[in-house]
Design a protein around this ligand. Structure first.
Ligand SMILES: C[S@@+](CC[C@H](N)C(=O)[O-])C[C@H]1O[C@@H](n2cnc3c(N)ncnc32)[C@H](O)[C@@H]1O
Length: 301
């Protein structure tokens, strides 16, 4: 399958050859938080060596509701691809993937995806995507749009690029509105900590986030495993960080930096996500019952 021509000239990285052509200016990238983008460039530079088996297992959780919408001919766009791990996960299941990210993570993705001939990388944001509207069979934005100043507009910009009848998959942080008082209090404390840690210079920030992974994530996971092994799995599933019970310490360190290292993070209720998806022109919206919360897919009308 051949990709389309760019409709403007991004910093394009065709696999194995990095060719900076044009860097989008801040006038062209309006709906972007440049501090967040810089911080993600640093994050993916540190975390870029994923175990293939673990990515396959986590990919099964993330794409549970999405994989059946994909075929060997699907033309896919991965918006905010970061290290490129989900493009790598999907590359052998689809026709061609355009992986896009505004940060220097795109160079990390080039290393991870170096031998995938059906993935092209370009450095652009949701509001400077170098493709015509109605181009793709399937689009995805995994854990990205909540780090953008205007999430609703960003989602609409992404969905514009999908063909009528095509699908868009999104994972957005949820607001814990349905969780109990203790859980929400723990989240508020964590959020205060994030406000402080995320503003630190890069090196101490990474050290503190590793310490959070070791002193908070790890003990919670060990406690959750112990509770589950005593037969109280449903209770263990409700504990904070229960999603990490089947994940490596490397993923915990990566996610601690992701969570505590980012200055801009927005959270949405399920109904807000559904409303934004409908407003962007999607219908038949399906939410997964599984983690991460919430991930959903809809069909472009
Ligand atoms: C949490 S990471 C997720 C990366 C990848 N989707 C994953 O799940 O591994 C968020 C990514 O969104 C990118 N990003 C931030 N602002 C963006 C924007 N305005 N448009 C597109 N991507 C953006 C960041 O550079 C970062 O790589």
């Amino acid at each position: 399958m051949n990709p389309v021509a760019f409709n403007s000239t991004p910093v394009c990285i065709t696999t194995n050859t990095i060719k900076p052509i044009h860097v989008f200016s801040s006038e062209e990238r309006q709906n972007v938080d440049e501090i967040v983008v810089k911080s993600f460039g640093d994050e993916w530079d540190k975390f870029n060596d994923f175990d293939d088996k673990e990515i396959d297992r986590i990919g099964g959780e993330y794409f549970d509701i999405a994989e059946r919408k994909l075929t060997k001919n699907s033309y896919v766009i991965d918006i905010g691809c970061g290290s490129g791990r989900w493009s790598k996960y999907l590359a052998d299941k689809v026709g061609f993937i355009e992986a896009v990210d505004p940060s220097n993570a795109i160079y990390v993705a080039d290393r991870l995806l170096g031998n995938k001939k059906n993935v092209r990388l370009s450095q652009a944001s949701s509001d400077s995507l170098p493709f015509d509207d109605n181009t793709f069979d399937f689009g995805m934005s995994v854990g990205v749009l909540h780090h953008i100043p205007d999430t609703k507009k960003a989602l609409a910009d992404c969905v514009k690029k999908i063909k009528r009848g095509g699908f868009f998959y999104v994972y957005l942080y949820y607001d814990f509105a349905d969780r109990g008082f203790l859980f929400r209090s723990a989240f508020r404390m964590a959020d205060l900590l994030r406000g402080w840690v995320s503003r630190m210079p890069s090196v101490p920030k990474k050290i503190i986030c590793d310490m959070i992974a070791l002193s908070v994530y790890m003990p919670m996971v060990v406690a959750g495993k112990a509770v589950a092994s005593l037969g109280f799995k449903r209770f263990a599933d409700k504990l904070p960080l229960s999603t990490y019970r089947n994940k490596s310490f490397y993923i915990m360190r990566n996610d601690a930096l992701d969570r505590f290292g980012t200055t801009l993070e927005q959270r949405f209720s399920k109904s807000e996500i559904e409303e934004m998806m409908k407003g962007a022109g999607l219908a038949g919206i399906e939410f997964s019952n599984g983690m991460p919360y919430h991930h959903a897919i809809g069909q472009k009308q």
